[in-house]
Design a protein around this ligand. Structure first.
Ligand code: C5P
Length: 223
């Protein structure tokens, strides 16, 4: 039988990352943070001073950038870009915007396709992103689309960044989130939209635990 995949797609701040990590842990499945791949390529392109309009150079960058994941002692996922721990840099809104810009280039998306599919390993995979259920794993047995109001998503990001000592304003974050959503939803390739067979869950006002339980309930015999 095919190795089972649970896709969790949604806009930034919908809770995808947190929910996916917890669900993968509970199932004992592998985890793919596909946004981290786009962020890593965006950041590597910045390090190499590449022009964000030079599609050819960005595609080479997407193929050549070394991207590794490992859990640190505290159980936090660290991301290595060309061997450097770039986790903190990847989380910034600058890296998110760079990711969103390069993610609109079709050839960059194809360059990352096989790298993403390679994460499908026994006993299963939880894949988090924008097009996991629509493009990368259309045959996934379990598909979820998470949403939350833009205001709540901005507040979640605000708390995360403030805890890290990053100075941002709630208003500025809300504007950035709305701009990134609009770009992700309106691009020609792999726009952000729920797969037809995805279960939609609105996480506005819901705690992590209740969303985790609703997602786990979709996977038979695994709750
Ligand atoms: O999920 P995250 O916020 O880390 O993703 C950063 C950006 O990468 C998104 O705004 C989106 O443009 C892009 N992305 C994508 N497809 C994915 C994951 C992320 O286009 N599967």
């Amino acid at each position: 039988a095919a190795i089972p995949v649970l896709t969790i797609d949604g806009p930034s701040g919908s809770g995808k990352g947190t929910i996916s990590r917890v669900v993968a842990g509970r199932l004992g499945w592998h985890y793919l943070d596909s946004g981290a791949l786009y962020r890593a390529v965006g950041v590597a392109a910045g390090w190499a001073d590449l022009d964000l309009d030079d599609a050819g150079a960005l595609v080479r960058c997407a193929f050549d950038t070394g991207i590794g994941f490992r859990d640190d002692a505290a159980g936090e996922l660290r991301v290595l870009v060309n061997g450097h721990d770039a986790t903190d840099e990847l989380r910034t809104e600058t890296a998110g915007a760079a990711a969103s810009a390069i993610a609109a280039i079709p050839e960059v998306r194809s360059a990352l396709k096989e790298r993403q599919r390679a994460f499908r390993k026994a006993p299963g995979l939880v894949a988090d992103g924008r097009d996991m259920g629509t493009v990368i794993f259309p045959d996934a047995a379990f598909k979820v689309f998470l949403t939350a109001s833009a205001e709540e998503r901005a507040e979640r990001r605000y708390k995360q960044l403030k805890d890290k000592g990053v100075s941002v304003t709630l208003d500025g974050l809300l504007r950035e989130i709305l701009a990134r959503d609009a770009r992700d939803a309106s691009r020609a390739v792999a726009p952000l939209r729920p797969a037809e067979d995805a279960v939609r869950i609105d996480t506005t006002g819901q705690g992590i635990d209740s969303v985790v339980e609703r997602v786990l309930a979709l996977v038979p015999g695994r709750t």
